[in-house]
Design a protein around this ligand. Structure first.
Ligand SMILES: Cc1cc2nc3c(=O)[nH]c(=O)nc-3n(C[C@H](O)[C@H](O)[C@H](O)COP(=O)(O)OP(=O)(O)OC[C@H]3O[C@@H](n4cnc5c(N)ncnc54)[C@H](O)[C@@H]3O)c2cc1C
Length: 426
């Protein structure tokens, strides 16, 4: 992320809008929204800031929902990037439980669900993403959940904590695998359906996907692969089993459908903004409409390093893009050029990944360390350059991996694989 000092003050640009000094409006109540609000104040913006959040919650972050919070190891306060008191203390109006229903970029107004309108100088769309819904027969039975919100996690946590439940996970992505791990650790019996032969192989390839899958199998998770649900079956309105498309019946007290997310673009689309796998934005996170910005899971931004659009559905991007969006709203020359980063925790496997996933498809995999011991760093090499790197149960190497990617220098494969050569020295 690069920034340079503003040459025009926020109040200068505010005079262009129909309601002078109407202030900044942020739509969405997630990590991106909280980070943007905090950055506006840190950068010295003194005008009105309003967050419109449809969930009845103080803005929170989601990663613990499938990990420590679901396991009962972290409390609700640990979800908050900013304490509830921060908002009034910084004169930020937080409209909880309030959906924005329309955006008018010409009039510079946002309409709320109760019909009132808010004028803005600049608006940020941080509306995130929502679980993809697949209309499996039986999906409305009691005991079937999608998993995105704190409310979802609280409801499922209560059931998991009792233990000894039959849980069927539909979806073998990161969130499906994390929930499977947490449910198992809490003493439940988990079966997991996925469309890939090896879970996570679309993201990290089958060799590395197998590391996570094998750990899950050791802990007792049953995999049905490749398979999806033909039908969710029930009795008296509550789920009892899942019939797979391969003809297997899996007993189920709880079914969780975690088959990916779709960006919440409705508001932007209705306002006539350019939509392209999310809301299309420049590297400065400006949409196709003047004074309208988008960031976080909903935004598909032009990455200055790859020259391609990329939409990231990860925690680090919510923070980085929330900061860049706020600075851009203030007229600063900010650009989202971070190397994408994410992490996962499953049982005793801790992982961090940095890099450009789209460039790894034709890349060569180089491993330093031991896949068997589950302590290694994986590098993806394209034309002799590192385009992504992932550390599993090896720590404090992310900065060095990112430096390798940013430098785009050609590297020696033998050194890359050699644990005795510091990554910084390659
Ligand atoms: C269970 C779970 C575990 C995760 N674990 C990890 C992890 O380990 N590592 C990682 O890197 N990432 C993880 N993620 C992804 C990460 O949480 C997201 O990338 C991040 O939440 C994106 O933040 P956001 O603010 O852009 O969107 P969101 O968190 O989706 O927030 C958007 C908010 O805007 C609200 N909204 C939408 N439309 C409107 C409207 N019209 N009016 C008002 N409000 C609206 C939504 O209801 C929502 O509250 C996980 C996600 C989930 C669900």
């Amino acid at each position: 992320m690069t920034t340079s000092p503003s040459t025009s003050s926020p109040t200068d640009s505010a005079t262009d809008s129909p309601t002078p000094n109407a202030g900044m409006v942020i739509i969405g109540g997630g990590l991106t929204a909280a980070t943007a609000a905090e950055t506006l104040r840190k950068e010295g913006y003194a005008g009105a800031v309003t967050i419109v959040a449809d969930e009845p919650e103080t803005p929170y972050q989601r990663p613990p929902l499938s990990k420590g919070f679901l396991a009962g190891k972290e409390d609700a306060d640990s979800l908050l990037p900013l304490p509830a008191s921060w908002y009034p203390e910084h004169n930020v109006t937080l409209l909880k439980g309030t959906a924005a229903t329309a955006l008018d970029p010409q009039a510079h107004t946002v309409t709320l669900a109760d019909g009132t309108t808010l004028a803005y100088d600049k608006v940020l769309l941080a509306t995130g993403a929502a679980p993809r819904h697949i209309p499996f027969p039986g999906v409305d039975l009691k005991g079937v959940y999608t998993f995105r919100t704190k409310a979802d996690s609280v409801a499922v946590k209560e059931l998991f904590t009792a233990g000894n439940k039959n849980v069927v996970m539909i979806g073998s992505g990161w969130i499906g695998m994390e929930i499977a791990a947490t449910a198992t650790e809490l003493g439940n019996h988990v079966a997991l359906l996925g469309l890939e032969d090896v879970p996570l192989s679309t993201a990290i390839g089958s060799t590395l996907g197998a590391v996570f899958t094998n750990r899950q199998k050791e802990a007792g998770v049953r995999f049905e692969l490749p398979a999806t649900a033909e039908k969710i079956q029930g009795s008296d309105g509550a789920v009892t089993s899942v019939l797979t498309n391969t003809g297997v019946t899996l007993p189920a007290d709880i079914v969780i459908v975690a088959v990916g997310v779709v960006p919440n673009t409705g508001l932007a689309k209705d306002a006539g903004l350019t939509i392209n796998n999310g809301i299309e934005v420049t590297a400065s996170l400006q949409t196709s409409a003047a004074d309208v910005f988008a960031a976080g899971d909903v935004a598909n931004s032009l990455h200055p390093v790859t020259g391609a659009y990329a939409r990231s559905e990860h925690w680090a991007n919510a923070i980085a893009s929330g900061k860049v969006a706020a600075k851009s709203m203030l007229g600063q020359n900010a650009v989202l050029d971070d190397i994408p980063y994410f992490y996962t925790d499953q049982f005793d496997l801790g992982m961090e990944y940095s890099g450009f996933g789209a460039l790894t498809k034709d890349a060569e995999l180089v491993i330093r360390g031991s896949l068997e011991k589950r302590e290694f760093v994986a590098f993806w090499l394209l034309e002799g350059r590192v385009v992504a790197g992932m550390n599993v149960n090896v720590w404090d190497v992310q900065d060095a991996i990112k430096d390798l990617i940013i430098s785009a220098r050609t590297v020696n494969k033998v050194q890359l694989a050699d644990e005795h050569t510091a990554i910084e020295d390659i």
